[in-house]
Design a protein around this ligand. Structure first.
Ligand code: PEP
Ligand code: MN
Length: 390
């Protein structure tokens, strides 16, 4: 990390979930331009966030990370403001309820790239390339919209700068984060900090690696290991003990406080069996990381018209079981990772407000995964404070 030459050998490792740009020269021009642009965040704030995550790993604070599954370039300022307001509100509820400071991190100002389970999407016998997030293509179901366009990386940079400005005008201490998925974009936003002699990502304060790209021998892990930012890694129910230990070795070899957060996204029905072996192995290895709960991604189901949804009860159950499991292992829970919006959408179903499968058609607006609406988010955080154990 302290060498002045960024190691690009990750370029030769397997990189899953990357688009094929139709004209590679256009992608090269776009990344060259990105490299010449100012960063979106600065390293002092990344260091500040790392110290706050370290406090959460020690049980002295909690992290609330939340926002859209997939941010859109054209999200209105009103909609962004509503989301920041609900995040700020639930952070207060959480802080008051558990008696700890809450560090707020948006899934915002850069959450423009999505991993997908297939390369194509079929509707009524027509098959098109899948939507991969606004930084790559556009969700409309036409061929023109779905062809990857590398110039969108420049739009993503502009949109992230504008979004961060708006977010900060509403909540001064709020940090931003996104999944470090699109390696062309991320590698073009790496910057050198001369005073401290470190490389860091100027694309967001915290970056995370998703469940589909966390291969310890893959390009994403090798790339991110070089950056000084606090890092998250999602771990799902298929993650093995060897994988989790190897990811820790690669990303946090020095055991730096606040450096690494493991974000468990097991599913309500699997967390009680899938998480304990990983927790035990990490505790036994003497490694100290932050453990967060993403109760969204292991609880996605498809209903009726093929729409993705999540049951509120499953989401709440996973949080409660996460607290229970960590308590049994003497590990402090470090916080929550949520997909939510301030809009009154009908994307997740369940009680209070009572939303059923029939309601999904009413206001289903997400560009990717189903989000909690404002009332659901507030209710979830109230329930969270009840099962939280220090
Ligand atoms: C996400 O956070 O939107 C996501 C795709 O998560 P995961 O990598 O955990 O599936
Ligand atoms: Mn998602």
């Amino acid at each position: 990390m302290s060498e002045r030459v960024l190691d690009w050998s990750w370029r030769h490792l397997p990189a899953v979930q990357q688009p094929t740009w139709p004209v590679p020269e256009v992608a090269e021009q776009a990344t060259a331009t990105l490299k010449s642009l100012p960063g979106i965040v600065d390293i002092q704030e990344c260091d500040q966030l790392r110290r706050e995550v370290a406090a959460a790993a020690d049980g002295r604070a909690l992290v609330l990370q939340a926002g859209d599954c997939a941010e859109r370039f054209d999200t209105s300022p009103e909609s962004t403001s509503a989301t920041v307001r609900v995040i700020t509100r639930i952070a207060h509820v959480l802080s008051r309820g558990v008696g700890l400071p809450v560090v707020v991190i948006g899934r915002m100002a850069g959450q423009f790239a999505k991993p997908r389970s297939g390369a194509t999407e079929e509707r009524d016998g027509v098959e098109l390339p899948v939507y991969r997030g606004d930084v790559i293509n556009s969700p409309e179901f036409t061929l023109a919209a779905r062809i990857p366009d590398p110039r969108r990386m420049l739009t993503a940079h502009r949109a992230a700068v504008a979004k961060l400005g708006l977010v900060r005008s509403l909540n001064r201490e709020m940090f931003v984060s996104h999944e470090a998925l699109l390696l062309d974009y991320e590698s073009a936003l790496v910057r050198w900090d001369e005073p401290s002699g470190r490389w860091f990502s100027a694309s967001g304060h915290l970056l995370w690696i998703g469940e589909r790209t966390r291969d310890p021998l893959g390009a994403h892990v090798a790339f991110i290991a070089q950056l000084a930012n606090p890092i998250g890694v999602k771990i799902g129910p298929t993650c093995t003990v060897d994988e989790v230990l190897s990811v820790i070795d690669r990303i946090d070899p020095a055991g730096e406080p606040g450096r690494l957060t493991l974000v468990a996204r097991m599913g309500a029905d699997r967390i009680r069996t899938a998480l304990p072996p990983l927790l035990r192995a990490v505790v036994r290895s003497g490694r100290h990381v932050a453990w967060m709960c993403d109760p969204m991604h292991g609880n996605t189901i498809k209903l009726g018209a093929g729409r993705k949804t999540r049951r509120f009860e499953d989401i709440a159950a996973e949080v409660a079981r996460f607290h229970e499991t960590l308590g049994e292992h003497g590990v402090a829970p470090s916080g929550l990772h949520l997909e939510l919006t301030g809009e009154d959408v009908t994307e997740c179903i369940g009680r209070s407000p009572a939303l059923s499968e029939r309601d999904l058609a009413r206001r289903y607006e997400t560009a990717c995964d189903p989000r909690l609406n404002r009332l659901q988010a507030i209710r979830l955080v109230h329930l969270t404070t009840r099962t939280f154990r220090k």
